[in-house]
Write a protein that binds this ligand. Sequence first.
Ligand code: PFF
Length: 455
Amino acid sequence: MDLNTKSGRDSFSSKFGVIAAAAGSAVGLGNIWKFPYITGVYGGAAFLFVYLGFIILIGLPIMLSEFMIGRKSKRNPFGAFKNLAPGSSWKFVGLLGVLAAAMILAFYGVVAGWSIDYVIRALTNSFAAKSPGELESSFTEFIQSPITPVIYQLLFMLMTMGIVIVGIKKGIEKYSKILMPLLVVIIIVLDIRSLTLKGAYEGLSFLFYPDFSKLTADGILSALGHAFFSLSLGMGTLITYGSYIGAKNNLTKIALQVTVADTLIAILAGVAIFPAVFAFGIEPSSGPGLVFITLPNVFQQMPGGFFFAPLFFILLTVAALTSSISILEVVVAYFTEELNLKRKSATVLATVLISIVGVVCSLSMGILKDYTLFNFNFFDLLDWISANMLLPLGGLFISLFVGWYLGREKVVEELSQGSSIVEWLVRIFIFLVKFIAPGAIAIVFLNGLGFFSFG
Ligand code: PFF
């Protein structure tokens, strides 16, 4: 009998449910809000190519590693390491993950709140007849204001809490299955509109024609950090989801499908955004507002824009929701399994603590914007530390754990469930997690932090 069934632990009920939930976690603001904006900041295609390299060589093997650790231990990230490596310090990798989860959700909720505000703007037709410049200043004004963004952020956190309280099958799985496919359809519609704008070619060449001289150490580190962020890796989200995956499922296939879906959606979002950025004369490096400034211009200029605009922002909010529930779940699983709290109290406590930090994040866009550290406001600081430091560091330890500690036998055991095993695949996987992933992370990390330079 499955360990989860025996212990009364919740689990996913079907293979499609697992994929939808894991893809739901991976696909979110990272793909549609963050990927285009950092690709713009770091110069376009060269950044994209480095990012894709990291996804294949580091992201995919680490995703598989997280699923393995989770399914083998049937625990939250902290408990997973405690269970698989009793008496060792590995459990602190799990704790690092719980901390990263809390930090990420704090700023994630803020951006998701912006998205809710844009649903309402779209419904009230407030993009109409505004110039690109006006759309930009109304976005900036909005995120700097002290009240409205905070209200929407808290509303989003409440929605996240509501779903997580309900649990895996009835909450996370049910919503992910319906809404994720709908999001893909609407992004493709936007792609078509964007590609048929005058000047679309320039945007496409920005996104796909690399100029590697534009790459910086900081850009490479951000590509690595974003590979982790976008695939939901390095903090135990997929250890937690792995712990709800049944024995019959083949982990390699799930990891491959989730990685391909996540990457495709980021690229589709890029194709929707960059042609429009150039067509409307928006600065590609304009930062976190890029999607919120560019797409309203596109909606204005498309037949049925009045219909597509609210739909898009609703689905963006939903994509954020299927990710935020996976982030909150990490903290909740830790609180319930390690601190013995009831699921309900654990969820409420985690939501309240994270929301408080989130409010400070939101205010750091406006009234608290002069409080900076290393030139970052609080929002950017949390984003930078969690994505570019904590996630790669977590990933480094996770790959070392599977490559050097867990042992070949257990790896083969996990890889062979749900399908027959191929020897060369095992070899490649072990080689990647033993040497390539940790080596590459260490080099990019030290280079990005300025310890040495290979460029
Ligand atoms: N992958 C999500 C996105 O791209 O929006 C964000 C995220 C979810 C990051 C879960 C990390 C995580 F563990």
